[in-house]
Design a protein around this ligand. Structure first.
Ligand code: ZN
Length: 297
């Protein structure tokens, strides 16, 4: 294994970190969607409650109306009977009943008045809520649309990164890749770390034995930190180049002498990526090609 292979692993880790944050970014949209929809949902539920309440009041109003109608009818009939009574006793009885029905009628009318007032207020409340709900709903759609578009963008970014990663990983030494994947797992754990200037692991800062330090610097064998298990890589020659352009740098460093041999493999690997139409991707693949294939010659 050459030093270039380890450089490839470092680049792979940078890609994986970008993929990890791209996935996080996509997940972060979920609460945002809820937040956008929440005001309208609350109003909708309030509106439903108010509508039901109003419906009940109107049913009660109708029941009361029928009752009053009946009582008025009875008052009319009792009045007529009062006109045709034959003696005082009968007159007293009819008068008493009439008085009773009239009082009940009065109560009903009183109740109906109150209810009419409540229905009016209920109707006002419902139309207020309807307007507020409409307004909130109108706001939801454009906001949702904007979020969907943003999420779509983020998903495209992720897709590109994943394709890039796939192509890139395909060019790495399979055994080193297997170890890398096993260490990294599904999370954000570091799988590769650089040796620090004073010979410590860049991940846990445990001191690495001198013999191992030399092997790491020459890149002959894959050495893992005895303390934390990360794959140790030699530092980048030009110092902390963390801006993601290091793939191109490694392409420059890597086997120029075997460039012609690489050409066929490089085109093949880049083929799938060209569909996605990114020159940058093709460049990254080219870079990994140089580093990966060196070993097999
Ligand atoms: Zn360590």
């Amino acid at each position: 294994m050459t030093q270039q292979t380890r450089t490839g692993l470092k680049e792979l880790q940078r890609l994986d970190m970008r993929i990890h944050s791209a996935r996080q970014r996509i997940r972060d949209f979920d609460p945002q969607f809820e937040e956008v929809e929440e005001p309208a949902l609350i109003l909708e539920s309030e509106l439903e409650t108010s509508r039901n309440r109003l419906k009940e009041m109107k049913a009660e109003e109708r029941r009361l109306e029928r009752g009053t109608e009946e009582k008025r009818e009875r008052v009319k009939r009792l009045d007529e009977r009062l006109g045709g009574v034959r003696n005082l006793r009968e007159e007293a009885a009819v008068s008493a009943e009439l008085e009773m029905v009239r009082r009940a009628l009065q109560n009903d009318e009183q109740e109906a008045m109150t209810l009419i007032d409540q229905v009016r207020k209920g109707e006002e409340r419902v139309s207020e809520l309807e307007a507020a709900f409409m307004e909130a709903s109108e706001l939801v759609e454009p906001k949702k649309k904007a979020l969907l578009a943003e999420r779509e963008e983020a998903m495209k970014d992720l897709d590109l990164l994943e394709k890039k990663r796939e192509a890139f990983a395909g060019e790495l030494d399979p055994e080193e890749l297997r170890i890398y994947d096993a260490i990294r797992g599904k999370g954000q754990r570091a799988a590769v770390a650089e040796l620090t200037e004073d010979g410590a692991c860049g991940n846990c800062f445990g001191i690495v034995p001198l013999q191992h330090q030399n092997e790491i610097r020459h890149g002959n064998t894959l050495i893992r930190c005895e303390a934390c298990g990360v794959i140790l890589a030699a530092p980048d020659e030009n110092g902390g180049d963390d801006d993601g352009s290091s793939a191109d740098v490694s392409a420059g460093n890597a086997g120029a002498e075997s460039a012609s041999d690489e050409a066929a493999g490089s085109d093949e690997a880049a083929g799938s990526d060209e569909d996605a139409g990114s020159d940058e991707d093709a460049a990254a693949v080219g870079a990994s090609d140089d580093s990966g294939d060196d070993e097999e010659e």
